[in-house]
Design a protein around this ligand. Structure first.
Ligand code: NAI
Length: 390
């Protein structure tokens, strides 16, 4: 049974592992952080130390709390130190074979009660768990970047995961001041699946020459209230991450055209134009970068916004239809995991299901592509005059 006094292990001290360790430590746990790369572990220790100093300087944390939280974390280069851990969260390289062998290694060290979790964004939890003798203890606990700040955590049981593991993991992470949602073990879980059209439909609109990138970004921000437009956001996430997530989701869904990646984005990746981190992506970044003004008229901006929003709603609806997650969790995931201004299912109710279906029908009839097929649940709701939120 996991509790506030549980000892937490984190494997992998990169961006995610360090953030998860810090989150657990802030919640009062004793945390062991391991990395098989000594330089990475040292870097994590230094990053954490300077991060705490900054928080103290900015008076966001008292010196005493910073000291306790720092001391709660021990930096380990020997996995045997994890033998008393109650929960271990793995955040290493996104490679199924490597993850499986780490889980097998851990099983030799820990007690039979220790819960083994993966922070994977795109691999199957069931597949990772199949490497374990006790697959029932394996679960997905998926944080968002940066883990210390983003409230959402997706909880993903594999086929074998025991119910008490699901319940106690969720309860524990809720206690870390996070918002947890439950998702079926399917590609992209909730957020990385439902958010795909935000990028792919924007790219399609741009590739067709309907509008330039800045006009699309402005339409989504001004008319939709999104904090960042799709192109700004892809540049910020980095094309090495964002493109790969799209390609992985597409591949894992047996090349469903709904999730097809974009050649324009692939070329950026191939050219090393990774976005903000490399100084150039869709936009070129100088210190004074500001988004160029929109060149689209009001009618085009509205069309862009409705097209992308309805494609997002369609994916959220399909996620509900296919029972990947419940209504509450789908809406929470998008507001807490990627800062959408509203839950997509609530948004559908506001616009009206009839209008959403009409928009999607127009796209489907014009393009005659499977990419624009309408989720059956939207059609059912239209016939029975239902709303997502009653
Ligand atoms: P990262 O590359 O920053 O860190 C990975 C760390 O794991 C490195 O320090 C590396 O030395 C270490 N490592 C690799 N193989 C190891 C092994 N066999 N044993 C111990 N340590 C090992 O990666 P990042 O971004 O922190 O991602 C980690 C995991 O979290 C991946 O599964 C990724 O899909 C997932 N994730 C990433 C997010 C992101 O935005 N970066 C968001 C949510 C999940």
């Amino acid at each position: 049974m996991l509790s506030t006094s549980s000892e937490i292990g984190v494997i992998g001290s990169g961006a995610m592992g360090l953030g998860i360790a810090q989150t657990a430590s802030a919640a009062g746990h004793k945390v062991r952080l391991y990395d098989n790369n000594a330089d990475a572990l040292l870097k994590a220790k230094n990053t954490l130390q300077s991060g705490f100093s900054k928080l103290v300087e900015k008076q966001k944390l008292s010196e005493a709390s910073a000291k306790t939280q720092f001391e709660n974390i021990t930096f380990e280069n020997d996995l045997s130190k994890f033998k008393n851990c109650d929960l271990i969260i793995e955040a290493i390289v996104e490679n199924l074979q490597v993850k499986k062998s780490v889980f097998q290694e851990l099983e030799k060290i820990v007690s039979t009660e220790c819960v083994l979790a993966s922070n994977t964004s795109s691999l199957s939890i069931t597949s990772i768990s199949s490497a374990c003798k006790k697959a029932g203890r394996v679960i997905g606990i998926h944080f968002f970047n940066p883990a210390t700040l983003m409230p959402l955590v997706e909880i993903i049981p594999g086929l074998a995961t025991e119910k008490h593991v699901i319940d106690s993991s969720r309860k524990l992470i809720d206690g870390w001041k996070k918002v947890t949602v439950l998702a079926k073990d399917t590609p992209g879980f909730i957020v990385n699946r439902v958010a795909r059209p935000y990028y792919s439909e924007a790219l399609r609109i741009y590739e067709e020459g309907i509008a330039d990138m800045a006009s699309i970004d402005h339409a989504m921000k001004n008319l939709g209230g999104f904090k960042m437009g799709p192109f700004e956001l892809m540049d910020m996430i980095g094309h090495d991450v964002n493109y790969i997530v799209t390609e992985t989701v597409w591949t894992q869904f047996y090349f469903d055209p709904k999730f097809k990646p974009s050649i324009s984005q692939k070329r950026l990746l191939e050219g090393g134009f990774l976005g903000r981190k490399s100084g150039k992506g869709f936009y070129e970044y100088s210190k004074e970068f500001t988004l160029p003004p929109s060149t689209a008229d009001e009618e085009t901006s509205k069309l862009i916004f409705m097209r992308i929003l309805c494609m997002l709603i369609n994916e959220a609806a399909d996620t509900l239809y296919l029972k990947i997650a419940g209504r509450e969790d789908i809406d929470l995931a998008m507001t807490k995991g990627v800062n959408y201004p509203k839950g997509l299912l609530k948004w559908a109710d506001e616009i009206g299901i009839e209008k959403v279906v009409r928009e999607l029908n127009t796209l489907k009839e014009f393009y005659e592509e499977d990419r624009y097929r309408i989720s059956p649940i939207l059609k059912q709701m239209l016939v029975s005059n239902k709303r997502f939120w009653g």
